[in-house]
Design a protein around this ligand. Sequence first.
Ligand code: MN
Length: 205
Amino acid sequence: MFEQIKLDYGFDALEPYIDTETMSTHYGKHHATYTSNLNSLAEKAGKQDESIEDILSEVVELKDIELRTGLRNNAGGFYNHNLYFKQITPGGSKTPSGVLQTRINDTFGSFDNMKEKLTALALGQFGSGWAWLSKTPDGTLFTSKTDNQDNPISLHTGHTPIMCIDVWEHAYYLKYKNLRAEHIKALWNVINWDVVGALYEGSSL
Ligand code: MN
């Protein structure tokens, strides 16, 4: 049985950057629905005992088109939001440190350059989707964007996501309306870089 990541903070903990109602709806409705759909579809596909990573990478092989699409979307929705809600834990470092900081500087020149690059990808995503900071097998960093609930695992990039930006309207519309750029700007204030750094160094979600 797949379970949503537990929040050890209140829905109001990220105010004013992410408002209470958005947090409550996003976690309590959207993420909860992806999770319950994943559980029933994984069972239907006989995959209820597999890891979420295995489901994501193998879903493309399912012959039943409806089941394949449903599982791809809901397994993605489950995994993506577990990462999303884990990385916005209040507190922790507001900037990367240690190995991750070094990698960011090596890859992008500076933390600010990385933020600019990821912001541009998130803004450039047409319609619903995500922007990603991922770790490649050789430890370098990679930025990308995906449609809908796809992610670097379901797209077989070989990369491990360590940070993400949700650009579905449900992530920001209640407070920011059509101003996706304002939401992304605010989101940078609540990323917990201790969590992202631990994911970079191999801790699991
Ligand atoms: Mn979302």
